[in-house]
Design a protein around this ligand. Sequence first.
Ligand code: GLY
Ligand code: MN
Ligand code: MN
Length: 425
Amino acid sequence: MENYIAQCVIRRQKVLDKIGTDGVAVIYAAPERRRSNDTYYPYRQDSNFFYLTGFNEPDAVLVLDGGKRESILFCRDKDPQREIWDGLRCGVANACGQYRMDKSYDIEQFKKRISGCLKGHKRLFFISKQNRKLDKEVLRPWFSLQTKKHKPQEICADLQAILRDMRLIKDAVELDFLRQAAKISAAGHIQAMKSVRPNMWEYQIEGLVLSAFFQYGARNPAYNTIVAGGKNACILHYIDNQDKLKNGDVLMMDAGAEWHNYAGDISRSFPVNGKFTPAQKAVYEVVLATNKAVINAVKAGVAYEKLHKVSEEMLTQGLLDLKLLSGSLNMLLKKQAFRRFYMHGIGHFLGLDVHDVGERKALQTNMCLTVEPGLYIPDEPDIPPEFRGIGIRIEDNVIVGKNACEVYTADAPKEIDEIETLMAA
Ligand code: GLY
Ligand code: MN
Ligand code: MN
């Protein structure tokens, strides 16, 4: 984390450059979220806040003063009594040294001090509606400090837009974290492939995958794990994971680990009994060829939209070859006939959020994205019986390079013979 915290200093300098000498930026830590009564979800820091601080506690606010070029962290102070119950805190006195801040104050003093922090600035950079209580504590003094009548857009600016552009291009430490998240995620997939047997329950596979994540040091999955047997794979966000895995079905698993808040996001599809049927194999081959063709197209300068177009064309041609569609390729593409079988995009950016921020424009070096074509054949009467309910997604994570991309999820097997050999072992 030390390298990461050093990068946070550089990132804050970049934000200070962007907000200018008359700007001030305020950003909050995520609150703790209650699961029931007095029980809380595992704490997950706000991604933007973590990106600028590396600080992993709730009840904290970062203020960036463009005039003085200072980073000020408000955080919980040490409290030996509370720490007996809830765990250690960094505390105000340690915050400057540990997180390389210029100043730190007790969050209890936030209301009293914020007006002084805002004073003398012309623009407040802010991400609104994340915390109503803190919004009031910041916006009330901010508007009351204004001597002239201003429109809110003249004096409030969107900090999110600045951070979105910065977060889109990953630095070396972020790439390390993403590679580690992917490595652990791949280990989870291998564990599932080795363990699955007909009549196991989907949640048992989920348990084994999460166990592999923990074994390799991840403390959380990056999102709710999808373990979808048979036609459950055709429900795109299936997280129930409560069905029995049937002999002869394909299991589509979408599972990713989180490493220091950076997400892995891998999907693999494999036969519950270890052997694909000819129909499953045929659909799998179309999706795999598409996955590879799109990966081959990823490099700096390519329009993001182009990647999706490649997937639409390849999958439509595949559906024609499988006789699940008929007609001319061009007409089918025009009518978007593939939508019945392929209803999501080719992928998304990946980073602190699994669906990471960023504008989808021309690719640049060190952007990180998923490539995840899929075919989801509905269980409907007009579909030949052998294809009904087959859902295949093959999802890799890639880093954009100048002339190609790095597929850093390659540890998770995706060739048919690799998968069948691993499952037979
Ligand atoms: N796991 C979420 C997604 O693939 O987009
Ligand atoms: Mn994804
Ligand atoms: Mn996924």
